[in-house]
Design a protein around this ligand. Sequence first.
Ligand code: BGC
Length: 774
Amino acid sequence: MSSIVNEWSIIEEGFDPERHEASESLFSIGNGHMGQRANFEERYSGPSLQGSYIAGIYYPDKTRVGWWKNGYPEYFAKVLNAPNWIGIDVVVNGHALDLATCKVEDFRRVLDMKRGVLTRDFIATMADGARLKIEALRFVSMARREVGVVRYRATALSDLSLHLRPYLDGDVTNRDSNYNEKFWNIQETGAEAGKAFLVAQTRKLDFRVGFAMALQITAKGEIASSAAAGATMADNVFVLHLKAGESVELVKYVGVVTSEDHPKNTLRAKAEKAAQAAMAAGVSTLFAEHEAKWADIWNHSDIVVEGDAAAQQGIRFNIFHLNQTYTGEDERLNIGPKGFTGEKYGGSTYWDTEAFCIPFYICAAPARVTRNLLIYRYKHLEKAIENAAKLGFKDGAALYPMVTMNGEECHNEWEITFEEIHRNGAIAYAIFNYIQHTGDEAYLAEYGLEVLIGIARFWAQRATFSSDKGKYVILGVTGPNEYENNVNNNWYTNTIASWCLDYAREAIGIVGHIAPDRLGEIITKTKLDRAQELAHWEAVAKGMHYPVDPRSGLFLQQDGYLDKEQVTVADLDSQERPINQHWSWDRILRSPFIKQADLLMGFYLFEDRFDAEAHRRHFDYYEARTVHESSLSPCTHAVLAARLGLMEKAYAMYLRTARLDLDDYNHEVEEGLHITSMAGTWLAIVEGFGGKRIKNGKLSFDPQIPAEWQKYAFRLLYQDQPVEVSVSRDGVEVRYGGPKPLTVAIWGADHVLTPGEPLRLSHADSAGMPRKLA
Ligand code: BGC
């Protein structure tokens, strides 16, 4: 097998069964409503992870732990492997076409990221010598969310008889299941000439999904056909003879509808309607509509890199998968760390959304997309309050879950469930970030403030006063670095907690100003004691303890961090990396090694609080101890390194994040892609190399260019208006597409961008000041 670097496509040539599951992940397709791994249409008896997922359809898998602890959740929510709608059995002269057993030549699998389409071609030689060429094409429509299309062409290279059996199959399982249960009941199946349907129901929660296929088959000779429906499957069978050189083309138009969007008793009819309408439109029209949607997506989120094809392919791969996973139309949905590409992490929501994905969507998609992600958490506020109450907090304190589908906590490792509470901070920060970018302060009045009050109350109760230190402390936590648990005063957690307490007070002031009546309503609803509670929040924020090394003045990741053996990543034996695959957990916990940006996450969020020297000292110290064993880590370090002008380091970190899955750095891509960290890759370019920030209400850039690149260009939306930045070896060009002039800062100096008139600056001269080009 070889993979070819192409700027718009992922290309695999030659079939390697050993890499098949990895390719199933890499070539996944999706449209926000549904998505699937690149499983073959025909049966495959080799190792394969069957994965077809429908957003929001999950199963509460009963918790399984060795030792129960009070406060553990009852279940872990899993997005389910849903009935298989792509399947087409192919039988050649009575023998099943199976790439694990036949001879395969000229295998080529292509994911066209520009158009969102997966194709696969190969020539198969069967045991009896029969030969045929297969050309398969598949997409899930971006324009019609409930429609998927498979076009399957077979060309005989020798005379042969062929059975094609397109089917819908509800007899599916999840690889990850706590009790090896079946998750689906099949309620209804049916088949007639040229069509079939299947209605499935999830066990326990009774989600229903309707699938219908409409079939079009074209071949020269006679085709005998039949239709059948069984307990879990519905199909059509087409039987034909092809002479060498003759072809058959089968198109499977599939409608996939759910009870989340339609009444339960209409699902069969709705799915059939979607499939029939798709067939009436035909593949070309469907494809044109789909392609137009992708063009639109690329129009506001593409990043162009010149002079480095691998980097170009890497960033597009990331942007592509993010857009396939979440389109922002439905505020009940969110972004699982693996999206629609695997089962790991259950498809549930993590802090990844607020910490990494929102900073991406805020710029790369219209404001409503981020707004919907924020509303998702607003709708879970009651559950977050219940969650906190379960742990002993009171009076409306809210602790958002570490992992969730519907607002209830699903995670069940005490050191994370109960202790990795910094997640609450990311949720508050995302509200702030959204308002900074969009200017949508009304969001605070409508939704945001209630969330901020719940979160502030949590921190105010979770921080306790240490009379020994004369400070507020936050004990027994896990920071973003999961390689140590139950620490006291994790610097990042304390920092984000006190920021939340300040921002909640500020937000109350803003809402009081822009919508005083609404503030009155919120105060009544939340029973906020404005005088007393706010005074306490202020006292906690001001009096927070931050661990510091008295000798060097360095902030410490947590109390006692210096007691650890002071070795660095450079001292590690490369054979023992990643340490999580080589060391005992006990050894990891005692070591100084940091899984992912932790204290440096605080420097990333609050960079203005620290001067360049402090920044540099903390970066050098903590980067030397960070093993980046979470995909969420290198991107943050890339942004920080770029800020410090450490472009080589920034570039190395960028490549590690951008091609993490394509180059399978962690040898685990078969489990699915790292969707949430893909947002971090975008941040590495835009915030890292481009130096994009919002400072005092002003959009600003501090562009630099990696030595390996000739040019790069990105687009973003600021206050929902397009800004284009292009950075070459000579300088920078910025264009603005909004209705009125906009003042931006570039390399620290203000410039007015006039719509339609590009601003060109050369790179800073030796004094660090930009020179305006004539
Ligand atoms: C990381 C967490 C992250 C989770 C899901 C873990 O490995 O440490 O920060 O939320 O993966 O991506």
